[in-house]
Design a protein around this ligand. Structure first.
Ligand SMILES: C[S@@+](CC[C@H](N)C(=O)[O-])C[C@H]1O[C@@H](n2cnc3c(N)ncnc32)[C@H](O)[C@@H]1O
Length: 335
């Protein structure tokens, strides 16, 4: 499709790339408030089945209410998505037709100021998706060493500024005591870093708060493991995996991992393969899809959304796909 042709909005693209079938079995690994899950259940009526996973109990409560009308076509699990294998074992399912991962946090989580995800949160420095876990943003911000903070911050930010922010946090807490809320932290960071250019993120603290959220929830490791376990759970030859990412570090990680899963061969590209590693999937879109301008105008938060999609290979296809093609391709690696 050329850029000038009309492209469906992201939710329709998700359904199209999942290739929803009336009696299919699907997993929404980040069910959140149940928006995508509802669309999948409607599109797979009357026989489609959906397993919804979320590590946040409040999100699951919302999904439970929203999806109640689908009865036993839905099962919800409070789990990390890296634990997909356990969920499938519990549901007595071996392989599924489609899996969706929609990374990060939802608007509901962001807007709940008690959760501490937003720079407007004046009462809390929490940021846990799963409130049973011990590690909070308070612990990261107030007890990590300057080097540890730098390692956390550079995931979403430039190295030199990450160093400045880490140093400022440490000097503040040494002089004035612990930082108590996300709002207080955001103010401190905003006074430390340069403001983003026009048309970029409006709050200069946003990317640094996101880095702390990523650390608190171990999001990079979760996504890496989640992609692997999802690829392994797909029905050979037909199963589809769709991933929505919302920030630079997520776009890069999803792209790298999906490429690795589609071409795990570690042999030098010019030589025949001797490592024997076979691909699980093939890329269904070579360069992640972005929403069209009209969709971004309607919903500005869609601006940063990217859609990645792969199809599971059949047993016979795996032999013929380890061909170094993707490892040597150039040009689409950067955004
Ligand atoms: C962007 S929201 C998903 C919104 C959902 N697609 C919808 O339509 O309502 C991401 C959700 O995934 C959950 N989540 C993020 N990482 C997770 C993980 N590793 N395991 C389980 N749930 C996770 C968050 O708690 C949040 O509810």
């Amino acid at each position: 499709m050329t850029r000038s042709q009309h492209q469906p909005a992201m939710p329709e693209q998700v359904l199209a790339h999942l290739d929803i079938q009336p009696a299919g079995t699907y997993v929404d690994m980040t069910v959140g408030g149940g928006g995508h899950a509802e669309l999948i259940l409607e599109a797979s009526a009357p026989g489609g089945r959906l397993l919804g996973i979320d590590r946040d109990e409040q999100a699951l409560d919302m999904a439970r209410r929203r999806l109640a009308r689908f009865g036993d076509r839905v099962q919800l699990f409070r789990q990390r998505f890296s634990e997909l294998a356990q969920v499938l074992a519990e549901a007595q399912i071996e392989r599924v037709d489609g899996i969706l991962i929609d990374t990060g946090i939802s608007m509901d989580q962001m807007l709940d100021l008690e959760r501490g995800f937003s720079f407007a949160s004046a009462s809390s420095l929490d940021m846990r998706m799963d409130r049973r876990q011990a590690l909070t943003a308070y612990e990261v911000v107030n007890n990590y060493s300057q080097q540890q903070l730098y390692d956390v911050l550079r995931v979403t930010g430039r190295g030199r500024e990450a160093r400045k922010v880490a140093a400022r946090i440490v000097s503040f807490r040494e002089g004035s005591g612990p930082i108590q809320s996300t709002a207080q932290l955001a103010e401190l960071i905003a006074a430390t870093v340069s403001r983003p250019g026009r048309g970029k993120q409006r709050n200069p603290a946003a990317r640094w708060l996101m880095a702390i959220r990523v650390a608190v929830n171990d999001e990079l490791a979760e996504l890496r493991r989640g992609l692997q376990t999802a690829a392994e759970a797909l029905q050979p030859a037909t199963g589809r995996l769709v991933v929505l990412t919302w920030a630079g570090h997520e776009h890069r990680l999803a792209r790298q991992e999906l490429r690795r899963l589609s071409n795990p061969c570690t042999c030098p590209p010019a030589l025949p393969c001797v490592c024997g590693k076979q691909p699980l999937v093939e890329l269904a879109v070579r360069k992640a899809l972005s929403p069209e301008r009209a969709e971004v105008q309607r919903s500005p938060q869609m601006r940063s959304c990217r859609l990645h999609a792969v199809r599971a290979l059949g047993e016979d296809e795996r032999q013929t796909h380890g061909d170094h093609e993707i490892a040597t391709s150039k040009g689409s690696d950067r955004e």
